[in-house]
Design a protein around this ligand. Sequence first.
Ligand code: MG
Length: 320
Amino acid sequence: VPLPERLLISRIRRVAAKQSGKYPALGIGDDCALLRVPPGQEILATTDFSIEGIHFRRDWHPPDSVGHRCLARGLSDIAAMGGKPSAALLSLGVPAKLPQSWVDRFLRGLLQLGNRFGVPLLGGDTSQSKAGILADIVVLGTVPKGKAILRSGARPGDRIYVTGELGASAASLNLLLSGRKIRAADYSAHFFPEPRIHVARFLRDKVLASAMIDISDGLSTDLEHICQESGVGAQVWSEVIPKGSVGKSRQEEVDFGFALNGGEDYELLFCSPRSRRVPRRIAGVKVTEIGVITRERLFRLQRNGKTFTLKPQGWEHFKW
Ligand SMILES: [Mg+2]
């Protein structure tokens, strides 16, 4: 049974307030959330929709996964800039018949991830929705003045790197689309993606990245974004792109197409000047060199000794 809106708000406020009590620099309970900007820092702000039927399906995604993914997308955007996330705001629209237990589990998934990265839920809004569940998350973060890592800093000769492995999220989604029932625990890259906050922090502190983006749309598309903003091209060696694995004990390696074009991995894609030594593992996460930035504004993919011109085919949100 759903709660009336008034009760829903007070419940969200209660769980959020309990959590934000741990962050004395931040205020809650007034018309606005009040945030203290540390001296010498700039504010990062990002907003992301999670819409039922577009970004998740209630019959596919457990509510705690929807909550986790909702916040993970925002945290990953903060990571992409080399920032430290500091707070989240949530606007939530729910159908009148949605059981309160769904909202509770959604919030639990969201707050658990937030707690791990020291990110309180500072406020938001709720409303009844006539068209499915609709969650809009705002994540705020900080970065030292002038130190944000942009998409526009890649230069010819820079090496291209990715964190972790790619394609597992899209491969999982493909199984869901084909009607397979899959357990969230066996396909965590899709259901519980890990934003690469600590890796990004290391790259920023060591000034290793000339440009960075998080892989939300797919490697090919997100690399294109870096190239467009930087006015450069890229050459990628397909054999070294790290492919993710899915299934029980991760025994099924995903197809190359998922690794190249599949979205929602939330790994980091970054460039680094040739002279910088990039560790092969940062904060426990594998880092792989996959290519080089070129002056010529083309995408080239090397495969089996042949060179192909790469067409970006990143993931469009699934439709049916
Ligand atoms: Mg992004």
